[in-house]
Write a protein that binds this ligand. Structure first.
Ligand code: PEP
Ligand code: MG
Length: 329
């Protein structure tokens, strides 16, 4: 990381024309070095806590108690800042350490028994996690979000189980935050295109561009042979993001982006120009993104998006982004 970027880390995350841009950290919650870096780079809390990594180390599911302790440690470490805990996203590219028998081979794991689908199929595993998250919410500002939601059915089913967990904890007199916000990730095209239906049922949206782009462009995100076809600046991606943000704001909820696009200074102006409220990224990327935010105007980002919307392919949009970036760095 360049020194001028490190110097920006302790300064406000505000554009030249005075718009605040919230930058949060993505963590995987296995070692505390991650949290140290998040604090060192002044992350405004955690925008994505990928909890599946707790599970991937072992061949058995961690107990509610073990999860509670892990989440509580993160929440206490972030001392009053927001911690957005994502429920299990196992399956796809994130498999457990063998032997559990819960993940039979699939021909198309990214289209298979993954994330919320797995959790709704294995309700006790899911409820253990939901109770652990609820209990952790008593210790700070916890937000919960569900991965891979494809429509209202899954969101309603997940929320029903969450309500059962709340009732169980209340009955036992166990403390939790009754007002814990519950959001949904937007990373499946069917969720994005029905954002108007999902938004009134969610406290916030967090767009997972890694998966959204994979599913929208039909490009396996882990297949190196086609990596050159994976295009965050594809006009279809911009249209989809614009629609999601527009519908979220109509329903008065905030939208964050927590996929890799949010940590790429080349694309950050596009996201901000579209109206994304918050960005969450690997902590190591915060200095470069913050430096750019401080060097740009929001009004220019809006113009950039307007220009980009007239382009007919990703290469032209990327060229616009390059010019925007180079003029400010
Ligand atoms: C995403 O899909 O953009 C995302 C943030 O989730 P993950 O990378 O963990 O699938
Ligand atoms: Mg994802």
């Amino acid at each position: 990381v360049e020194q001028r970027m490190l110097d920006a880390v302790s300064l406000p995350s505000v554009t030249q024309d005075g718009v605040e841009v919230i930058l949060r950290a993505n963590i995987e919650g296995i070692n505390s070095a991650e949290l140290d870096m998040a604090r060192r780079y002044s992350a405004q809390g955690v925008g994505l806590y990928r909890t599946e990594f707790l599970y991937m180390q072992e061949s058995r599911m961690p107990s509610e108690e073990e999860q509670y302790r892990a989440y509580k440690a993160v929440v206490e470490n972030m001392a009053g800042e927001i911690v957005t805990i994502r429920t299990l996203d196992l399956g796809g590219d994130k498999l457990m350490n063998g032997k559990s028998g819960l993940f039979p081979m699939e021909a198309n794991p990214f289209l298979g028994m993954r994330a919320i689908r797995f959790c709704l199929e294995h309700k006790e595993i899911f409820k253990n996690q939901l109770r652990a998250i609820l209990r952790a919410s008593a210790h700070g500002r916890v937000l919960l979000m569900y991965p891979m939601i494809s429509g209202t059915g899954e969101l309603d089913d997940a929320n029903k189980l969450l309500d059962e967990c709340r009732a169980e904890l209340r009955e036992k007199g166990v403390a939790f935050d009754e007002k814990m916000p519950v959001g949904t990730m937007i990373e499946v095209p069917s969720a994005a295109t029905t954002a108007d239906i999902l938004a009134p049922k969610a406290d916030f949206f967090s767009i997972g561009t890694n998966d959204l782009i994979q599913y929208l462009l039909a490009i396996d995100r882990s297949n190196e042979r086609i990596a050159h076809l994976y295009k965050p600046a594809h006009p279809s991606v911009l249209r989809m993001l614009s629609y999601v943000v527009e519908q979220a704001h109509k329903a008065k909820i905030k939208v964050s982006v927590c996929g890799e696009m949010a940590g790429d200074p080349l694309y950050v102006p596009l996201l901000l120009g579209i109206g994304v409220d918050e960005l969450s990224m690997a902590s190591s990327l915060i200095p470069a993104v913050k430096y750019l935010v401080r060097a740009m105007k929001m009004s220019d980002a809006k113009k950039l998006v307007h220009e980009a919307s007239k382009m007919d392919n990703a290469a032209k949009i990327t060229a616009l982004c390059n010019a925007f970036y180079n003029a400010r760095m």
